[in-house]
Design a protein around this ligand. Sequence first.
Ligand SMILES: Nc1ncnc2c1ncn2[C@@H]1O[C@H](COP(=O)(O)OP(=O)(O)OP(=O)(O)O)[C@@H](O)[C@H]1O
Ligand SMILES: [Mg+2]
Length: 229
Amino acid sequence: MSRITNGAAIRLRDVYKTYQMGGAEVAALRGVDVDIRTGEFVAIMGPSGSGKSTLLHVLGLVDTEYDGRYELGDQVVSGHTADDLAELRNREIGFVFQAFFLLPQLSILDNAALPALYARNRSPDDCRAEARARLQEMGLGDRLEHRPQELSIGQRQRAAIARALVNQPRVILADEPTGSLDSKTAREILDIFADLHSRGATIVMVTHDHEVAASAERVIHVRDGQVHG
Ligand SMILES: Nc1ncnc2c1ncn2[C@@H]1O[C@H](COP(=O)(O)OP(=O)(O)OP(=O)(O)O)[C@@H](O)[C@H]1O
Ligand SMILES: [Mg+2]
């Protein structure tokens, strides 16, 4: 992978994404430019179907089938396959989803340790120690051996955030992380993101909530697969 230096966390240039649906084509991203600076907290807003999740999946190296240029830190990642990028994604990207996606058969300690275990650069004991520390920061130190379904919804999302942080990623991507939560629990989760940001994290969050967007430093508006502002 070629390396460059521009100081930005993320830089997308002229990104196009088209889904093939049977015979039809859906143009989900149509010439998108995005710049995210290191340490920035950016909200992504836009109507349903406008391309927000598609954009986040491109940013998260989950979807690599697009046209255009993507630079993540000092690396050009466009033109590489998802398989090529799996290791980089695991190390550099922390993903938080609306639906948590915790593995139900594992304790939250094991869930949170998984990305660290995949990275294979630390011993299993160190991975668990790191996961324990992140879960303790999320106020879950007394719930480590619980399975996800034995936790409240807010606790599940906090466990998912701990998992997203376990490899100290370059950027945290969140797709409507409060979309499944009541307003009080949503507030708690947003406070966690605000705290992470104040400690230097780079965060890109899709949200429908104007209050949430107001707590971000900048809002990227997506409409019909294009970015405004
Ligand atoms: N896997 C897919 N196959 C085909 N079309 C898709 C696929 N995923 C998304 N699309 C289409 O691409 C467009 C953008 O979808 P996307 O999920 O990015 O929207 P969104 O802004 O996240 O919407 P929402 O707010 O409802 O989550 C939509 O028209 C959608 O129907
Ligand atoms: Mg979406």
